[in-house]
Design a protein around this ligand. Structure first.
Ligand code: PLP
Length: 385
């Protein structure tokens, strides 16, 4: 998407190494709160590189944005315009519109976005309140499964640009949000989204329109970048009595419950936030003739809801064994908490030598005002990735 500048959605994974690397590579940032703005600014990100993309903000946090020079902010309701007119005179507002997110795993338009028929009123209100509106944003929902939703939303955005111009707003920014896949295993590949987005942009917002295009990808950047290793800390065998097809009971079947040192209050919070279905990879490869048992995986807390996976067919595993989970970068560490005193896992960063060299080249090529410090963790090199 050569015309689209990424503003990484910090909410997806706020690890310092991710934010620092993306900042060094020239990305902007979508922040949802004062702490997220403070965090990226502390890393050296300039206010112009930040969009405060939360349509419903606390007044004290709007004041903070004003004080820290962050001007781009989203809105979708009249009350927000009133708050902004009183607390942030230099704000450059971006009107978030609803989308048809029925084909996405996580729907956001139920909570955010103005429908096209209220946009006219909001744009008129903004003019009356002397609030500057510079563009339109949308989010097609996380885990979008239909690239045409982007095309429709881009077309809708053009209608809002036209209404805004009638009221005298100088519209110059389109924000196409997030929702792109985070792994190559997704039903629809990123390239298919890119093709639809690029042609919709060329049709509705050609380069001659001089509109800047940004996006707020979260999962796209981080989902496949993280792998999680968990350790089996406890184990319990239960015998389940199963009834056969004729209704008679067959002999008891061994069922194993494994308890590991991370759960749904930690990295597996992606089950809730990303509707993920985590599947373990065994660290120790089983031999082909090992018996297989129906097994389930549980987190370390005392909550019965803290279940990672069930109905897994696994060989016998032991306390101390490791299980690996791939693609654990999206809505995992950022959404974890320390319920029952269990802390989120430590993050160890690694990069292949080839990627490291590529990153150095890119960094050198990018004219940035940010201070070039060393990455906050010492990198180690792994083959292949
Ligand atoms: N932008 C906004 C406003 C969001 O609410 C989200 C996710 O909830 C994102 C961007 C990132 O979305 P995704 O991770 O699907 O790319």
């Amino acid at each position: 998407m050569p015309r689209v500048k990424p503003f990484y959605a910090v909410k997806c994974n706020n690890s310092r190494v991710v934010v620092k690397l993306l900042a060094d590579l020239g990305a902007g940032f979508d922040c949802a709160s004062k702490p997220e703005i403070e965090f990226v600014q502390e890393i050296g990100v300039k206010p112009e590189q930040i969009i405060y993309a939360n349509p419903c903000k606390q007044i004290s946090q709007i004041r903070f944005a004003a004080k820290s020079g962050v001007q781009m902010m989203t809105f979708d309701n009249e009350e927000e315009l009133v708050k902004v007119s009183q607390s942030h005179p230099n704000a450059k507002m971006v009107l978030r519109i609803t989308t048809d997110d029925s084909k996405s795993t996580i729907c956001l338009s139920v909570k955010f976005g103005a429908s096209l028929n209220v946009c006219r009123h909001l744009l008129e209100m903004a003019m009356k309140l002397n609030v500057e509106v510079i563009g339109v944003s949308f989010h097609v929902g996380s885990g979008c499964n239909d690239p045409n939703t982007f095309a429709q939303s881009i077309a809708d955005a053009l209608s809002v640009f036209e209404i805004a111009s009638e009221f005298g707003h100088n519209m110059r920014l389109l924000d196409i949000g997030g929702g792109f896949p985070g792994t190559d295993n997704s039903e629809i590949k990123f390239e298919e989204f890119a093709a639809v987005v690029n042609s919709a942009l060329d049709l509705y917002f050609p380069e001659s329109s001089a509109v800047d295009i940004i996006a707020e990808p979260g999962k796209y950047y981080v989902e496949s970048a993280f792998s999680l290793a968990v350790n089996i800390i406890a184990k319990k065998e239960v015998q389940l009595v199963q009834s056969g097809s004729n209704g008679e009971e067959s002999g008891p079947i061994k069922n194993v419950l494994y308890y590991v040192n991370d759960g749904i209050y930690g990295s597996f919070s992606c089950k809730l936030y990303n509707h993920a279905h985590p599947k373990p990879v065994l660290h120790k490869k089983p031999s082909p003739n090992q018996p297989i048992y129906s097994s389930s995986l549980w987190g370390p807390t005392c909550d019965g809801l803290d279940q990672i996976a069930e109905h897994l067919n696994l060989p016998e595993l032991y306390v101390g064994d490791w299980l690996l989970f791939n693609s654990m970068g999206a809505y995992t560490v950022a959404t974890s908490c320390s319920f029952n005193g269990f802390l989120p896992p430590q993050i160890h960063s690694a990069m292949s030598r080839q990627t490291w060299d590529d990153v150095q080249l890119l960094r050198r090529g990018i004219e940035q005002a940010v201070t070039r410090e060393k990455l906050p963790v010492s990198p180690c090199f792994v083959d292949g990735n």
